[in-house]
Ligand binder design. Sequence first.
Ligand SMILES: Nc1ncnc2c1ncn2[C@@H]1O[C@H](COP(=O)(O)OP(=O)(O)OP(=O)(O)O)[C@@H](O)[C@H]1O
Length: 259
Amino acid sequence: MTLDIQDLTAGYGRKAILRNISVPAIEPGSFVGVIGPNAAGKSTLFKTIAGLIRPLAGEVRLGDRSLAHLSRRDRARAIAYMPQAYGCNALLTVFESVLLALKQTSGWRVREDNLTQVSATLASLRLSHLADRGISDLSGGQAQMVAVAQTLVRAPRMVLLDEPTSALDLHHQLSILGSIRSQMKARGTIVMAALHDLNLAAKFCDRLVLINQGRILADGRPEEVLGLDAIGETYRVTTTLETTRRGSFFVDATLDHHP
Ligand SMILES: Nc1ncnc2c1ncn2[C@@H]1O[C@H](COP(=O)(O)OP(=O)(O)OP(=O)(O)O)[C@@H](O)[C@H]1O
């Protein structure tokens, strides 16, 4: 099922933050990076897709259905959202917290296959060793990876990840994004992730959407979007896109100094 964002205007109260945003035809299994500077509107877009903010105009369609017509429960089943601020002080183990996330949109009776699903999700993110740890005793990076596990454990049609790697070291950035990408491709789940690291965005995303001041400035393949002047203008830096001998590319940047 494809996701279509059509002429979306949304914000807080009557104040529009996103203005006429359209992101057409996001295919099942695709990994879309949402990039843009601080306060660009990335989280506001995710909150609107997740149903926490009601659009002032426009709509988001999953397949032939408008998300506005889904019940809260059906919407939560279809879309799993990991907000930027996560965390929980409850007296739960990591395993229990992921199980709780799985049961959030279904009945409370725990079946054998639910336990298998939790174990498989933790294993796929290489987090099995944390299963019995208390979730309030984790490091910042561990807590972030557990939040990703809580988001992926259900089998949603779409996953929204707001800066999923901001607390992770280089090894874990690559391992978590690699696992998310391969699992979600295998399941045909759409992933949208807000990413500040443009090199990670280039490496893992099929498509990048550049947002600034609530508007879309570019939407395309990473090598197209990252090569645009709009990147430098938006982030107020001078960028060069360099291609390595292995065929991958990365963005180098220096700060623009304006008086
Ligand atoms: N609850 C709120 N009420 C009013 N304004 C808000 C609220 N949350 C965010 N905003 C404003 O909306 C704008 C966009 O914020 P948003 O959190 O969507 O940006 P972002 O692109 O996710 O930024 P960052 O990269 O810093 O996380 C900002 O000007 C912000 O101050």
